[in-house]
Write a protein that binds this ligand. Structure first.
Ligand SMILES: Cc1ncc(C[n+]2csc(CCOP(=O)(O)OP(=O)(O)O)c2C)c(N)n1
Ligand SMILES: [Mg+2]
Length: 377
């Protein structure tokens, strides 16, 4: 008797790889030339002209923060900074879909998303310098910024987000937790634990995996054999999608619809964003040419998100060189003022640092705090 067609299909491993590959078409609304490839999707995004301009402004702000922070870090005036150039749509356009009451769980590369939520740039600078005041998530007027600290432990923010997302669901709040990790982060245990828990409890969460091609020097294809990082979400039963992460409109649309799905009690959504890290991993001093070619970097610079959004908005008479120059000047002035404010904050004492490490300092730490305080340090 011949094997049944179904059984033959089940045992066709090669075919399964093809099926996996085809399972995740990429959501795109705005192509690399700045043309709308799906006008119905644009309508569905319900973005007004003001929204479109604001998203562009936020992306330009992020680019300037990246440029200035990188320069200042080289001069030793900034602390740690993880460059964001190339990821502006993935970060700023997605973040634009969330509300003040939503809880942001960023990674170390997601400083601009917290700034957009109202975190003053001078606090971001203090955070980068390891000053405890930089871990106060409040706006200039003292009101809270619903964001956790930029997580350094890869993937840990997914577990934290899952817990908060469950709390939001239990309290039936019109709010979600939204978390960002990277391609490397999707290989961590915490990543799976976070999505699995959130999915099992239908928690109000939106999870982003920013697939920027590299985890420090490890390229995406050595990171995991999964053809799509979004596929990892299926193991936990989440709706999971792949989005053109350099397309601000697609990013906004995906995030907005994921938020609506999650807040309605349907459970979380996972969004893989296809983007690229155009600069070194961090200002700590790695050399990308040790692990990728200049030609590869150059090619990705021609596909970066500001180019296509600029072309689209210029075509709609909503943007121009002058508007951009004016906005850049304004953002630069804000960053310069923020640097001054941060520089004027009293230097952190060693005892302050120790006092803020644990809520209840250990016996040894208490002794150290007393010793440093007695020395005025
Ligand atoms: C648990 C853990 N393991 C290792 C590291 C060291 N580390 C810092 S960044 C990084 C790569 C992360 O890559 P990815 O998730 O792709 O994020 P990206 O830096 O590209 O934004 C690693 C391994 C860490 N911070 N935490
Ligand atoms: Mg990465």
């Amino acid at each position: 008797m011949a094997i049944t067609e179904t059984n033959a299909k089940i045992l066709d491993f090669a075919e399964q790889l093809v099926t996996q590959d085809k399972a995740f078409p990429v959501l795109q609304v705005l192509n690399n030339d700045g043309q709308i490839v799906d006008s119905d999707a644009l309508s569905r995004s319900e973005l007004t002209d003001e929204d479109l301009v604001q998203i562009m402004k936020n992306m330009v702000m992020s680019r300037q923060l990246d440029i200035r922070s990188t320069k200042l870090a080289k001069q030793g005036r900034f602390g740690f900074f993880a460059p964001t150039a190339g990821q502006e749509a993935s970060q700023m356009a997605s973040a634009y879909a969330f509300k003040d009451q939503d809880w942001l769980f960023p990674g170390y590369r997601d400083i601009p998303e917290i700034v957009i939520k109202g975190w003053p740039i001078w606090k971001a600078i203090l955070w980068s310098r390891g000053h405890q005041l930089g871990n106060e998530y409040t706006k200039e007027d003292g009101s809270p910024v619903n964001a956790w600290f930029p997580q350094i432990i890869i993937g840990a923010q997914y577990v934290e987000a899952a817990g908060v997302a469950l709390g939001l669901r239990k309290r039936q709040q019109d709010a979600v937790a939204y978390a960002y990790t990277g391609d490397g982060g999707s290989s961590q245990g915490d990543f799976y634990e976070g999505i699995n828990f959130a999915s099992a409890y239908k928690a109000n969460a939106v999870f982003f995996v920013q697939n920027n091609g590299f985890a420090i020097s490890t390229p995406r294809d050595l990171q995991t054999a999964a053809q799509h990082l979004a596929a990892k979400g299926w193991a936990a039963g989440l709706p999971s999608i792949v989005v053109d992460g350099n397309d601000a409109i697609a990013m906004y649309l995906a995030a907005k619809e994921a938020r609506a799905w999650a807040v309605a009690g349907n459970g979380p959504v996972l969004i893989e964003t296809l983007t690229n890290r155009l600069e070194p991993h961090s200002t700590a001093g790695d050399d990308p040419l040790r692990y990728r070619t200049q030609a590869d970097i150059d090619e990705h610079w021609t596909k970066e998100p500001l180019i296509r959004m600029r072309a689209f908005l210029e075509g709609k008479q909503l943007w121009s060189e002058e508007i951009e120059a004016e906005h850049i000047a304004q953002v630069d002035a804000e960053i310069d003022a923020a640097i001054k404010t941060a520089d004027n904050v009293e230097k952190q004492k060693i005892s302050d640092y120790l006092k803020h490490t644990l809520e209840v300092p250990s016996q040894v730490m208490q002794e150290q705090i007393a010793k440093f305080e007695s020395e005025g340090k």
